[in-house]
Design a binder for this molecule. Structure first.
Ligand SMILES: *Cc1c(COP(=O)(O)O)cnc(C)c1O
Length: 393
């Protein structure tokens, strides 16, 4: 076991899209208690906000701002939807090709916000032309939300084309870039994104506990009084953070914030987003090639693959995911079940503190499991044949 798990603090690697495997130094950063109103902590929060803005909008950082929000990533999405759309005269269009797009539609419905879902097959990327037709034919739409990497399957939606269609019709653009920000180059200012949402426990490689929104200053400044919730009022959260220099309105996840700062430094040390993107791509290539050699088929055509997470089809009707899962977990890897309604799949993430060596070892273990299985099947069918032959004698 010791040889399998060089990271002595982790019994297994999380090959999931968040929470994911973090470095020891990120975890160690949590070993100190912080006071939420102390200036030292508030300065840390403000510097994180600055770093996020520079990461997202390097060309025009002065036009953007960052707000941190307690909770998992969905809390930040809901906070954005519920604060950004005015109470009157607004309508949201959501491009849906998976569970996270569907979740945004559900949020709007619960908040009583008029919403149009533009639905696509989950095994396909969102088609900008179809979205364009909808925007063209319904001038009452004021805002459009898209998911960059749909983690449901790992499909990467064509952000640039979608952003340009949404701008052409003058809509406010909201992007759920939860599972891609920090892991895929994403120039928020060049793409003209108004609100981009991500969280602490995805490609920045921190631990779970808060989400963040990169907002165009002129867009968020207009959102006062829109919120349908007190705790999830994104405008108020921003206003307090801005005016009181890094203060959160309510108790913040202090240890998580400190770990996130460490994770941001480690992202810089790695060579920033470009270098991380390259590592994730290498991980994913080793994974896909090895899994194909082991007899697994990928769900999506290659052109739509993200380097974040990959969906694999069950190889046959007798395949037991729970058996496969348990055996891999014993060898130090935790996978992710599928989320598709149309066909049985499972998913393997390539993000987190996971490197080529880890992926090579993973595919080695998968091949071993597959071979053992087919040996067993051969044996058991030979047994059956023998039994049959015996009974016929
Ligand atoms: C992870 C994720 C979310 C947020 O999920 P939480 O469980 O609330 O953190 C939202 N959208 C996408 C695309 C995601 O990958």
């Amino acid at each position: 076991m010791a040889e399998l798990n060089q990271r002595t603090d982790n019994p297994y690697l999380l090959l999931t899209p968040g929470p994911l495997t973090t470095t020891s130094s990120v975890k160690e950063a949590m070993l100190k208690d912080w006071c939420t109103w102390d200036v030292e902590y508030n300065k840390l929060v403000d510097s994180i906000r600055q770093k996020l803005v520079h990461l997202a909008a390097p060309i025009t950082p002065e036009e953007y701002t960052a707000v941190l929000m307690q909770g998992s990533g969905s809390f930040s999405v809901e906070s954005t939807i519920g604060t950004v759309l005015p109470r009157e005269g607004a309508k949201l269009a959501v491009a849906v090709n998976g569970a996270y797009g569907e979740r945004i539609v559900q949020m709007a419905e619960i908040l009583g916000i008029p919403v149009t879902a533009v639905r696509f097959d989950e095994r396909q990327a969102v088609d900008p032309d179809v979205l364009e037709e909808v925007l063209k034919n319904d001038p009452s739409i004021t805002h459009a939300a898209i998911v960059h990497c749909e983690t449901t399957t790992g499909v990467l939606n064509p952000l640039e084309e979608l952003a340009s269609v949404i701008h052409k019709y003058g809509k406010t653009l909201i992007v759920d870039a939860m599972s891609s920000f920090g892991g895929i180059p994403l120039p928020v200012d060049r793409l003209g994104i108004d609100f981009l949402i991500s969280s602490s426990n995805k490609c920045i490689q921190g631990v779970p506990g808060f989400g963040f929104v990169i907002a165009r200053r002129s867009s968020i400044a207009k959102c006062k009084g829109n919120a349908r919730s007190l705790s999830l009022d994104l405008y108020d959260q921003w206003d307090v953070m801005e005016r009181q220099h890094g203060k959160w309105r309510f108790t913040s996840p202090t240890h998580v914030v400190r770990a996130f700062d460490q994770a941001l430094s480690e992202l810089e040390d790695e060579g920033s987003v470009e270098a991380r993107y390259h590592r994730y791509q290498c991980n994913q290539q080793i994974l896909v090639q090895g899994m194909q050699e082991a007899g697994f088929e990928v769900l999506l055509p290659e052109e739509w693959h993200s380097p974040i997470i990959t969906s694999f089809k069950y190889p046959n009707q007798t395949f037991s995911f729970s058996d496969f899962y348990t055996r891999l977990k014993k060898q130090g890897f935790v996978l992710y079940p599928g989320k598709l309604t149309s066909e049985p799949t499972f998913r393997i993430g390539s993000i987190g503190d996971v490197h080529s060596e880890d992926m090579k070892r993973l595919v080695g273990v998968v091949k071993q499991i597959v071979n053992e299985k087919s040996d067993n099947e051969v044996n058991s069918s030979t047994d059956k044949n023998i039994a049959l032959n015996k009974s016929s004698i």
